[in-house]
Write a protein that binds this ligand. Structure first.
Ligand SMILES: Cc1cc2nc3c(=O)[nH]c(=O)nc-3n(C[C@H](O)[C@H](O)[C@H](O)COP(=O)(O)OP(=O)(O)OC[C@H]3O[C@@H](n4cnc5c(N)ncnc54)[C@H](O)[C@@H]3O)c2cc1C
Length: 385
């Protein structure tokens, strides 16, 4: 039975994303991974279909839909079998632009958000720094006010879309130490002093570009400040909820794809006179993964429901969903690769390729330890009677 929230409108949205993925991503997935990049015009194609602003206000080109459409978008994008490409697209619409949509001035929304929703400008989110990513409140890149400008100095690392972006939604220190000194500004990448120090080579997700960025006294107008000065940390933490939901959905969808591929193989592959799928040791192991995957999906949908309803518990539920997804994806994908025998170690095999990057899921948008901290903080207040 379909999940109760899927209406006819949801299904028709799903069908249109599925067609986009089948036509524009899946046929090129292996080529893009081998070439370590996908073309910029994919952003325009996705933008033209309204996929880069699903929840955003129609005034800026968005579709004004809710989190359930985001869930469907992500589930279908994963079918393209190029997770690096999915990361590139989702950084644009979920990670780098949501804060401009939610907190930016209309002028900023017109200049940067609307073209990003249309796919005409590519966006990156710059939070993590060489000195640390988990402790966002300790970031060190500074933006010093000077007349009508900020002068930005510092560096960022592991920035998705960083080498190709037209602008970076940048976390900077405009005040003293701690979270209240953090602000967000839009930094155009053609500004003098902006440098892509290096494009980083990863062990997986090859088609997403990931860069280290350097800001050498980069001047940006003060009107590029997003929202209020000193509130950047809060804006980032709120936006993380959407990012974490997207990652949880991605993990579930990837697990499902890998599991289905493996089960089909196990039904055909024979050893000692019987299909692998008939062997109890494997049947039980796979039954365990199916159970955990169902649990993970239910938790993720619960988080989507709470975020859609603006339920304050959404924050902890989405952290649980991301934590749990990252816990199961590692074991599930490695077990599936193992079930494929030698094929599970071959570059040509999708499951094998997925097994290479499993540890990454517990890192981006807050590590598993950070997720545990959030959950524990909410549920185990220290000093409570
Ligand atoms: C593929 C990829 C894409 C990324 N894209 C972006 C992007 O677009 N923009 C961006 O800003 N960043 C991006 N990141 C960076 C990512 O958000 C950081 O890597 C992540 O937040 C962790 O920061 P760190 O690497 O500095 O690890 P650290 O913060 O140095 O942590 C190292 C280890 O210590 C653990 N740890 C930290 N604090 C605690 C604690 N309190 N208790 C217990 N353990 C703790 C962590 O869980 C981790 O295991 C990306 C990373 C990757 C791998």
């Amino acid at each position: 039975m379909a999940f109760p929230h899927w209406s006819e409108e949801h299904e028709s949205f799903r069908a249109s994303v599925r067609r986009f993925v089948a036509d524009e991503i899946r046929p090129f997935a292996e080529k893009w991974q081998a070439e370590e990049g996908f073309p910029d015009d994919l952003f325009c194609k996705a933008g033209a279909l309204g996929l880069l602003g699903v929840r955003f206000d129609p005034k800026w080109g968005g579709s004004g839909l809710d989190y359930w459409y985001t869930v469907i978008l992500v589930e279908e994008l994963v079918r393209g079998r190029d997770i690096g490409c999915v990361v590139g697209l989702l950084v644009q619409c979920e990670m780098a632009t949501a804060v401009i949509h939610d907190h930016g001035s209309d002028a900023l929304r017109r200049e940067w958000l609307a073209p990003a929703i249309a796919g005409e400008r590519i966006a990156a989110l710059g939070v993590s720094e060489p000195g640390g990513g988990s402790d966002v409140a300790a970031l060190r890149t500074t933006a010093r006010a000077d007349g009508d400008d900020y002068v930005i100095r510092g560096s960022k690392i592991f920035i998705s879309n960083g080498a190709r972006a037209d602008f970076v939604t940048l976390a900077v220190r405009t005040g003293g130490p701690g979270p209240d000194g953090v602000s967000l500004v839009v930094c155009p990448t053609d500004a003098k002093g902006f440098q892509v120090s290096r494009r980083l080579r990863k062990v997986d997700l090859h088609s997403s570009d990931t860069a280290e960025l350097f800001f050498d006294d980069v001047r940006v107008p003060r009107r590029f400040l997003i929202g209020e000065e000193g509130r950047g940390f809060r804006y980032i933490m709120r936006a993380f909820q959407g990012e974490r939901l997207v990652l949880a959905v991605m993990m579930n969808a990837l697990c499902d794809d890998v599991l289905q591929e493996t089960l089909a193989y196990m039904a055909e592959r024979r050893a000692f006179g019987q299909p692998l799928a008939a062997m109890q040791a494997w049947r039980h192991r796979m039954a365990d993964w199916m159970t955990r995957l169902e649990a993970s999906r239910a938790l993720t949908y619960r988080a989507a429901e709470q975020l859609a309803d603006r339920d304050p518990r959404g924050d902890e539920t989405v952290s649980m969903a991301k934590l749990y997804g990252a816990e199961i994806i590692r074991g599930l994908v490695l077990d599936c690769a193992h079930a494929l025998g030698g094929y599970g170690f071959m570059e040509e095999n999708y499951v094998a390729r997925c097994s290479r990057g499993v540890q990454n899921w517990g890192i981006g948008a807050g590590t598993s330890e950070v997720m545990r901290e959030i959950i524990a903080k909410r549920r185990m207040p220290v000093g409570a009677a």
